[in-house]
Design a protein around this ligand. Sequence first.
Ligand SMILES: [Zn+2]
Ligand SMILES: [Zn+2]
Length: 303
Amino acid sequence: MQETDIQFLENSFKKYYFDHFNKIKVPERTSEREFGYQKFNSGMTRHITISNDKELHLMLMNNIPSDVYCSNGYYTFPNLPMNEKDWKEADLIFDIDAKDLNLSCRNNHTITICTNCKKISNSLSQCTECNSSKLEKKSLPCKNCINASKKEVEKLIDVLTNDLAISQENIQVYFSGNEGFHVYAYDLIFQKLGPRERSDLTDYILFKGIIPETFGIRKFKSDKKSFPNFNEKGWRGRFSTYIFGSKSKRPKILTEIFANGYSFFQKTLDDAAENIGVKIDPNVTVDIHRIFRLPGSINSKSG
Ligand SMILES: [Zn+2]
Ligand SMILES: [Zn+2]
């Protein structure tokens, strides 16, 4: 970017920050968190502490960052290097992004920039100018992308409230700044979970890693009585709705499932994960040291 462009952007952002201080607020337990920011055309500054809205606003006016971030983690010493921070706990955050949803509309609104010759084109595999395959993808979400992301958010909230008993008022949804949403679940029990437990939790939400035995299908001596039914809670009920559709179809489909056997059913489970699992990005949820875009702040990429 040109120096004059940066000057222009910084002035616009400064005005935005000044006009919208009421929208840019520090999160709770401010002084236990790590803050970070990025300026136009420069790298990330991290390991900053801020204790209230006033200090945040001062930081914004002094540095005019293009992006502001805040940790999900709470630390004893948030301004020290990562291994000296003394991690206490972290908010549970889920990332849902349109680019992960395998939507057919994506190709219609994705362009690529060749990193070699800078040619911009619609070709997603190869540069039309120099044939280089090093392409940077840029995309703006369409209505379909936003609606599909919203549907995943609804599925996620259903699992969080019904299966994990997190109350609705402790769940907040924010635009992620990319092409989807960040869902924050504030819950004392889940805040304390480490990466391994968070990984188990993401598997549960993705409906991933389920083995046929869970539903009574074994290599020998399967058990029809263990198979899920409609009125059951959680994934057993959701899986029933997915596999049977309606009550009247259940007996026939159940007979087929048991006749097809173990490995066929494993395939059915994998397909189910793809269709009814909630498409969260597991890497985001297991990361207890990540910094996230501060809700209410602007995002340099959205233009
Ligand atoms: Zn090229
Ligand atoms: Zn789209």
